[in-house]
Design a protein around this ligand. Structure first.
Ligand code: ADP
Length: 635
């Protein structure tokens, strides 16, 4: 049968209330009985006592009326006699109606008979004339007959007996009441103890039967929250708690089913993703937040020997990435930056001999939807072939440029000689054609020179002649070289270098070349009346040189490509080869520095060259090597 929790609570409370009511009623009955008993004693016996006392008093007065008569105070005696018989009769009558004790009726009858005899003798007494000597005889009696005084004593004796038995009964009844009260109290206490015991048992039972299933559900819920879904709460009762247990078990089953289906899905997703990354020809690694390899495709295992931890072969310690990847990987795991280099300068060589495979690393932070870093994905893009091709192309370009340069120089010389008319006069048409030829020759030579420079830089043919150089000197020299052209174009050139900057550790000629390219562009893309500013600032262990102009700017979509070879912003009418910024990039990278470009179309462009500062030589100067030259060791 289904008993609800409400009924069970009621089933506990109702008996408790009933017990309370019974206990209360029992107490009330006992009290009532006790009070009734006392009341009866007071009402019945006490009245008899009062009647007898009043009767006695009347008797005394009747007796004293005879004494008055004997003392010749006839009138007073008679009056008192008559008056007190009324009181006497009244109390005798009341006593006759209030007979309550065994033997009391006989005594009252005896009293009535004696009273009658006494009355008869009293009448005879007062029938005699006043002062009659027989009156004394009537009163005191003689040997032949009892006198009024004897009767008086007898009545007094009987009334005293009636009084005594009533008083005796009052005492007995009082004792009985005391005994009854004591017994009632004991019973009441016993009942109370039984009630408390029963109430305690009922309460304990109810609390236990309610709390036990709740505890079971609580411990199972805790188990589920700890990940153990194999929880079963026994449905001990048929009430709401039983339903709770059933609902809980149902929830746990659904959770189990859900986890199972989720696990299947997860397993499938994991297999799919594993198969996907396994199919990549490039090495792919997934690193967890602790730096352990979570997934690695066969290419990665071949290349790095990295074993994912879930393959059971307990990864002894964390995976040790190749040296150049350590810092970028640590940065990515801290969630700060992705590492996505594009140039061949960031290529790392991996393999047994360090020469087998050239890879371009790409490290991306993996985040959950809330932005917490879960790990990092490392892709090692195999660029061995591309790099080889690039080298072949660079060699080809370098060789071709080199081969072109000599004939081009002699063509240029010949054109110059012709234009100087050392070999003969020229017609205006011939001069015009030759001027055109000279311009093209100059442009071609500049391009060939640029290509040669680039090839040399890319292939590291030319060793850098690193030396400390004050930023002011460098910027001032670059500005001075371009100033005549700037003056012609009506563009203001300014150099702004704060004092106390550390010296740069650079190949002066190369940096001058790079600055020259930047300034050349700045003048080319700035209108008359504009301004080009060269400035320098310290940045940690580096110095940043900036070339900023107020020119036409570069649209944001082309900014990522400005350092690419042969890149020119589309629609650009001004002449150029698209190699100037590529050379700048190569020069800066060769110095282990970096270059960046900021631009707002219509407002201007700023190129920033971050170059290493010269190390401080404490023997020469206490402070950092100063840009004004005071602390710079001269070579
Ligand atoms: P180019 O020989 O064409 O100047 P660069 O490599 O020096 O080749 O520059 C690449 C392209 O970047 C240029 O064609 C030009 O569109 C753009 N550029 C370079 N510097 C500036 C500048 N200071 N202001 C505006 N555009 C610039």
């Amino acid at each position: 049968m289904k008993i609800s929790l409400r009924w069970r609570i009621l089933a506990t409370l109702v008996p408790l209330l009933l017990l309370l009511a019974i206990q209360g009623a029992g107490g009330a009955i006992l009290l009532y009985r006790l009070s009734g008993h006392i009341d009866a004693i007071l009402r019945e016996n006490y009245r008899s006592v009062v009647y007898m006392e009043r009767l006695n008093e009347a008797l005394e007065r009747i007796d004293s009326s005879f004494k008055f008569a004997l003392a010749d105070r006839e009138d007073q005696g008679r009056k008192q006699y008559e008056a007190n018989w009324v009181a006497f009769d009244e109390n005798l009558r009341l006593e006759q109606e209030n007979i309550t004790l065994p033997g009391e009726a006989d005594l009252v009858d005896q009293l009535a008979q004696l009273s009658q005899a006494y009355r008869k003798q009293g009448k005879a007494f007062y029938a005699r004339p006043s002062g009659d000597s027989e009156r004394k005889h009537d009163y005191f009696g003689g040997k032949d007959r009892p006198g009024l005084l004897d009767r008086f004593n007898e009545i007094k004796e009987v009334s005293a007996q009636i009084l005594r038995i009533n008083q005796q009964n009052m005492g007995d009844a009082s004792q009985e009441a005391k005994d009854t009260a004591a017994a009632s109290l004991s019973w009441f206490a016993l009942g109370m103890a039984a009630t408390v015991l029963l109430a305690g048992l009922l309460t304990w039972h109810t609390v236990y039967t309610i709390l036990h299933p709740i505890r079971a559900v609580t411990s199972s819920a805790l188990g589920i929250s700890a990940g153990n879904l194999d929880q079963l709460v026994p449905a001990v009762s048929n009430d709401e708690l039983g339903q709770l247990a059933i609902a809980f078990n149902l929830m746990a089953r659904h959770l189990r089913d859900f986890r199972q289906s989720q696990s299947h899905q997860l397993l499938r997703a994991q297999r799919t993703s594993q198969a996907t990354i396994d199919s990549f020809p490039d090495a792919v690694l997934v690193i967890d937040a602790e730096g352990e390899v979570e997934m690695a495709n066969p290419a990665a295992r071949r290349l790095l020997g990295a074993i994912p931890k879930q393959q059971g072969q307990a990864a002894a310690g964390l995976w040790q990435p190749p040296e150049p990847l350590r810092q970028p990987l640590a940065d990515a795991l801290q969630g700060s930056t992705d590492y996505l280099p594009e140039g061949f300068d960031r290529v790392i060589l991996l393999g047994p001999n360090g020469q087998e495979c050239a890879v371009l690393p790409r490290i991306m932070t993996i985040r959950d939807p809330y932005g917490h870093t879960l790990g990092a994905a490392v892709v090692l893009h195999d660029v061995t072939r591309l790099r080889l091709l690039d080298q072949v192309k660079s060699n080809l370009v370098a060789t071709a440029s080199h081969e072109l340069k000599t004939p081009l120089t002699s063509v240029r010389l010949a054109v110059h000689l012709l234009l100087e008319e050392t070999v003969g006069p020229l017609s205006p048409k011939q001069t015009e054609l030759l001027i055109d030829a000279r311009e093209n020759c100059e442009r071609l030579l500049a391009m060939v020179n640029n290509l040669l420079d680039l090839a040399r830089l890319e292939q590291g043919w030319q060793q850098l002649a690193i030396q400390p150089e004050a930023p002011t000197t460098l910027l001032q020299a670059a500005a001075d070289a371009i100033r005549p052209r700037a003056d012609d174009m009506g563009i203001d050139i300014a150099v702004e270098v704060p004092s106390g900057l550390p010296a740069l550790s650079v190949d002066t000629e190369r940096i001058k070349h790079a600055l020259g390219n930047l300034l050349d562009n700045a003048l080319t893309y700035t209108e008359r009346g504009g301004r080009v500013t060269l400035s320098a600032a310290a940045d940690g262990e580096a110095v940043v040189l900036t070339v900023a102009d107020t020119g036409c700017g570069i649209p944001p979509e082309y900014l990522p490509h400005v350092f690419d070879k042969f890149f020119r912003v589309p629609g650009q009418s001004r002449g150029g080869t698209g190699l100037g910024l590529a050379i700048v990039h190569e020069v800066v990278v060769a110095h282990t520095g970096s270059v960046s470009c900021e631009s707002r179309p219509g407002e201007g462009t700023a190129f920033r060259l971050r170059l290493p500062a010269a190390p401080v030589d404490p023997a020469v100067n206490d402070g950092p090597t100063q840009a004004d030259g005071t602390g710079v060791p001269q070579h």
